[in-house]
Design a protein around this ligand. Sequence first.
Ligand code: G3P
Length: 218
Amino acid sequence: MKFFVDTADVAEIKALAESGLLDGVTTNPTLVAKSGRKMRDVISEICALVSGPVSAEVAATDHEGMMAEARILREIARNVTIKVPLTPDGLRTCRKLTDDGTMVNVTLCFSPAQALLAAKAGATFVSPFIGRLDDIGEHGMGLIADIMTIFRQYSYLKTEVLVASVRSPLHVVEAAKLGAHVATVPPPVLRQLFNHPLTDKGLANFLADWKKAGLSIA
Ligand code: G3P
């Protein structure tokens, strides 16, 4: 499973990129607005830190407007992935960009039918939002299971399932068990993946024994 980080915070991305575990980055208008910086600067700096796909979302809602913004964004770096909403204009834009050789992430997916449409539009990634479905009492992970089942029926569908709106390590593990291709994870949740109390306890014991014995490797 590929790990993307879901943030526009360049300092966070730099630290996580140094871990060697980061395969890409996703941003959205809310995250870029939260950074308080210009979109072009943020995306350009992220692309210099991470060689994998970096999703940059259009703000226009009509096809021509999305294409105009996409042309600007994809000039920033070769790994920019244009993020478009799952609307008729978004999917039309997806098809055009895909045919041009540009990577596309179709976002705001909340149903298996929508995911199928994104795949048929040639999306590189489709982003089902599981946390937001859980928030309204629906079963977010059930959506991932349904999409994976559908995509496996048609080997010619190359769209990768990018699990978004991830809220916990359990979301990541459950999505991995279903074979989802990518999880985009907020930095705090990505850090939580490392944690286990027995790891901390075991390490403390090993170090205490080592110190007591007065040993050294060097
Ligand atoms: O970036 C898209 C998605 O991951 C947003 O997550 O937590 O705002 O529902 P969230």
